[in-house]
Structures are given as structure tokens and as C-alpha cells.
Design a protein around this ligand. Structure first.
Ligand code: MN
Length: 287
């Protein structure tokens, strides 16, 4: 199933070029009061929501997908975890280009030594909200990534059963200001994390380590690779992340970007695709 959030926090099931508005299925979610859960309760109760969707789907209003403003399929992650330099050819391009590594040795070590990093939750938007670039005198780059959404609490999970903890997959854009600051700072302005176009349940994706992914800027392909080239595979990233943090429903792991990162500027249109997940178009503007 492909589940999107759109418009004014509506919930949809994507089928071809149409979306069925199944917002009423969110009524199965529990009422919450302060202090709010620190995780995403839609993802926590996804099985119940999908059960309700099956009951109401035939009478749900049908909308044209192309006209909808798509939001992040996860509204309230407890954290956004990201993998640095998780493709060998991207590591090599960073090592070989001072504009990318900024002379910082920390940007040229392997992921096994670098570990993972966090992006601010406030940076998260959906494709329909667009990217608002800051510091236009500096280089802002696109990074297309497979994003894994955690479905249930995970603590010290082994890679052998790590994929049992996945609620689904999306496309992640890890927008990056080049410079000397820490990754978590440069990659966390508002709108610098795009998640979309929807959440695809694992049954539709199968093996996450064999998916073509690409991104084009104004129609020109800039990155094109396959998740089989990831140094740490999806299950290994879950194992690593859950050895440091408890993972909660709705937590996002952006699995790293392949070679071909390049600048984007206001006015650009980027189109990102991950095989079996979908394609999303995102407009770039100045902040
Ligand atoms: Mn990245």
C-alpha cells in the first residue's frame, strides 16, 4: 500500500494517478494529551489504520494525485537519523574535491568510523512544500537517498531481523550546505529534509538493497545508482542506529547518497525517483 499525507493533514491511498481520501481512518488513533508521545502515533498504529482503510476504501472520495500538495508521510518522528558517506563512489568524490570536503578529515573517513548523524526534526517537509535555500553565497547540494521508516520500538536489534522493524520506505532528500560546520548544522535548516512522495509498505518493496535511485535537476540527471552499492545496507544501518538510540515508530533513517551530488539554486525543479517507491517533484526557492 502507498500512503500519502496531503493538503490539510489528510491521509490518502495512492493508486495509479488517483488518491483515495481515507482521512476518516485516522479516527482509530488514540486520543493523546500532554505530555504527548515522543513518537509518531500514526506509524505506531499503522496496522490498525490500514485495517480501517480496508473497511472504508470503497466509499472513499477519489482525487487526482497531480493536484495535491504532498506532505511528509511522517508528521512527528522522534528523530531523523542519516548516514554519511555510505556509497564508496560518493566517499571517493568527497575525498577528491575540496569544495565537498572543505579540508575536514572528518568528512573523508568511512561510515564505520564516522557513525551516523541526526538532522533536526524541524527541517522535515513533504515534496509539495518545496525547498527554501539559505546562504545563497554558499553551495547548496542535493542528495537523493532511500529513507527507511521505523515501525516499532527497536533497541539493539541485530541485522538478521532488523527489517522486521520497518514500517515502510520513502524517498529522502538530504539537502546540504557545503562548509566547515558540523553536518547536523549544515543539513538542518527548515525544508532541508524532504520525505515523500508517500510511504510504501515493505510488501511492495521487497529487498531494500536492490533499488535504483536517481535525481534530476531541471531534467538533467545528476545522480543515478542502486542501493546495492550502499556500504552499510538498510538492515545494518538499523542495527547500528539501534545500538546507540532506541528507535521509535516514525523514526526516519536516511541511508546515504551515491555519487553525483551537485548544486541547486532557487528556481530549480528536482525530480527524485526510487524504484518501487515512486517519483517526486520538488521546487527550489530562496528562503
Ligand atoms: Mn546524505
Amino acid at each position: 500500500m502507498r500512503l500519502c499525507r496531503f493538503g490539510h493533514n489528510q491521509l490518502g491511498v495512492v493508486e495509479g494517478l488517483e488518491v483515495q481520501d481515507v482521512t476518516a481512518a485516522l479516527d482509530v488513533l488514540p486520543a493523546v494529551r500532554y505530555p504527548l508521545p515522543k513518537h509518531d502515533i500514526f506509524i505506531e498504529h499503522l496496522d490498525s489504520v490500514i485495517g480501517r482503510i480496508h473497511e472504508i476504501k470503497t466509499s472513499a472520495p477519489r482525487l487526482v494525485l497531480a493536484g495535491l500538495k504532498l506532505l511528509s508521510p511522517v508528521a512527528n518522528p522522534s528523530k531523523i537519523i542519516a548516514a554519511p558517506v555510505n556509497y564508496q563512489k560518493h566517499l571517493e568524490e568527497v575525498k577528491g574535491d575540496a569544495a565537498l570536503n572543505q579540508g575536514n578529515v572528518a568528512h573523508t573517513i568511512t561510515i564505520q568510523k564516522a557513525g551516523l548523524f541526526l538532522k533536526a526534526n524541524s527541517s522535515l517537509v513533504g515534496p509539495g512544500e518545496g525547498i527554501a535555500l539559505r546562504f545563497l553565497d554558499r553551495r547548496n547540494d542535493h542528495e537523493v537517498e532511500l529513507a527507511v521508516v521505523i515501525g516499532k520500538q527497536a533497541r539493539q536489534v541485530s541485522k538478521a531481523n532488523a527489517l522486521d522493524y520497518v514500517a515502510g520506505y520513502s524517498i529522502g532528500l538530504d539537502i546540504t550546505i557545503r562548509g566547515t560546520e558540523d553536518r547536523s548544522f549544515r543539513k538542518s535548516p527548515d525544508t532541508y529534509t524532504v520525505l515523500g512522495p508517500w510511504l510504501v509498505t515493505p510488501d511492495e518493496v521487497g529487498n531494500p538493497d536492490a533499488l535504483d535511485l536517481s535525481i534530476a535537476v531541471n531534467g538533467e540527471t545528476r545522480q543515478s545508482s542502486n542501493t546495492k552499492y550502499m556500504i552499510l545496507k538498510a538492515a545494518e544501518l538499523i542495527e547500528l542506529a539501534s545500538s546507540f538510540y532506541t528507535l521509535y515508530p516514525g523514526d526516519i533513517i536516511s541511508t546515504g547518497t551515491p555519487e553525483g551530488v551537485s548544486p541547486i539554486v532557487p528556481g530549480d525543479t528536482v525530480v527524485a525517483t526510487v524504484e518501487k517507491v515512486g517519483t517526486m517533484e520538488v521546487k527550489v526557492r530562496a528562503f
